[in-house]
Design a protein around this ligand. Structure first.
Ligand SMILES: Cc1ncc(COP(=O)(O)O)c(C=O)c1O
Length: 423
């Protein structure tokens, strides 16, 4: 078969060409150095609002020195999956630390948060047997997702029939969750939700959701990827919700956000977690976290716990950033958390804004369809701890020029977040 008929048959070439033409896809960004408050990409320096490693650990020479020291001792890889090769001491230290933090018996680490989520869904719905005695069958489980749950969770559950073994409740809506659970007639169920949603910055009513789970004897799984270590002091508005988190049956974290590394983990009771190593598939069939990364995760989490001012200071500055955006007449997401979205509206307008900001030396992440509904595009902003006040002020002024004169307000009327929702 000729190359052109192969292309026509599979459709990838056409998909990429038209996606680039319509502004959905871009040339790959190549960074000349580290991502941080500033970033050099494709040969030019930008003030960066795209990063999720917002506390800037890799800008701290002591963190890099500790990484190198750990790499010298433990190497760059465990050499395989934990089943074939085992884990190193740093993995165990990390898992034990997370178990203590979450008040759980055991924690299993994964090479990413995505793999933790996929592994959890695999494990909880598995039919598997080493032998007739050493076997398990949980295909009768019902999973109930908040509609805004992360793509990784929806994707992992795509083998389940929606409406039968996979159900959804309205975003952060405890009444709707109660109605869904009440119809299940006691079937064994797991409620899956996030602590803090990166789509709209909202914080789940964690305590109320867990109360409902308890009432219906359902298990609970919290994806705390975006909330991990961002709990702040008791005076913070959302601290109260996070306080309930330890009551969940399972807590999942990602190390790519506040910890600024790579990796994920699930904490829960040993009865379940012991089985996840095999049943998740995403532990036994893939490499473990790099040992120095696991070591540095412990180092950074300890630093954050010993120095609560780091997060407090960051949250204060994020709140100030949000106030400055608000004062410029920009329309923002409702919840004031460290994630701030500027609503733009039309998809083509969002792309124009992104390009205009790029020309002015800023890089920003635009969320547009399919991450949000068509023509309800937004800009998801996360302040970096090392952004300077002049950088912030210059950025806010640019945004005000581009969007603050009512241009965005017309386009965003009735905008609604749909996050990573798949249906
Ligand atoms: C809610 C949520 N869950 C899971 C993940 C995946 O985490 P990781 O980057 O560690 O794979 C993310 C990352 O964006 C997330 O936002």
């Amino acid at each position: 078969m000729s190359n052109s008929s192969k292309s026509a048959r599979w459709g990838f070439q056409r998909f990429v060409a038209s996606s680039v033409a319509e502004g959905f896809l871009h040339e790959p960004v190549i960074m000349q150095g580290m991502s941080g408050a500033e970033v050099s990409r494709n040969g030019r320096s930008y003030v960066n609002f795209s990063g999720i490693n917002y506390l800037g650990w890799q800008q701290d020479a002591r963190v890099l020195d500790a990484f190198v020291e750990s790499a010298r001792r433990y190497g760059l890889s465990t050499g395989g999956s934990r089943a074939t090769q085992g884990i190193c001491e740093p993995h165990l230290r990390l898992e034990n630390m997370l178990s203590t933090l979450h008040g759980k018996e055991r924690t299993l680490s994964f090479a990413s948060g995505m793999l933790a989520n996929i592994g959890f869904i695999n494990a909880m719905t598995a039919k598997f047997g080493f032998s007739s005695r050493s076997a398990i069958d949980n295909r009768d489980a019902v999973l109930i997702f908040d509609r805004e749950c992360h793509w990784s969770l929806w994707k992992a559950a795509s083998h389940l029939k929606f409406g039968e073994s996979l159900l959804a409740f309205k975003h952060n809506d405890v009444t709707d969750l109660t109605a869904v659970l009440a119809k299940l007639g006691g079937r064994k169920a797991i409620v899956v939700f996030e602590s803090l949603y990166s789509s709209d910055g909202s914080v789940a009513p964690i305590g109320e959701i867990l109360d409902v789970c308890q009432r219906f004897d359902a298990l609970s799984y919290i994806d705390d990827a975006n909330g991990f270590m961002v709990y702040g002091s008791p005076q913070r508005p959302f601290h109260e919700q996070f306080r309930h988190m330890r009551r969940a049956d399972f807590i999942m974290v990602s190390l790519s956000k506040s910890v600024g590394l790579e990796g994920g983990a699930i904490s829960g009771s040993a009865e379940f977690i012991d089985a996840f190593e095999v049943l998740s598939g995403t532990s036994i069939f893939t490499a473990a976290i790099q040992p120095p990364t696991a070591d540095l995760a412990v180092f950074i989490i300890e630093r954050l716990r010993a120095n609560p001012w780091i997060m407090e200071d960051y949250l204060d500055r994020s709140a100030m950033f949000r106030l400055k955006l608000q004062a410029s007449g920009l329309r923002l997401n409702d919840t004031a958390s460290y994630i701030t979205s500027v609503m733009i509206g039309r998809d083509d307008k969002a792309e124009q804004v992104r390009q205009a900001l790029e020309q002015q030396g800023f890089c920003v992440p635009i969320f547009r369809y399919p991450a949000v509904k068509p023509n309800q595009a937004l800009m998801r902003l996360i302040l970096h701890r090392l952004h300077t006040e002049p950088q912030i002020d210059r950025f806010v002024a640019s945004l005000k020029d581009l969007l603050g004169q009512g241009a965005s307000r017309d386009a965003i009327a009735g905008a609604e977040f749909v996050g990573h929702r798949q249906r």
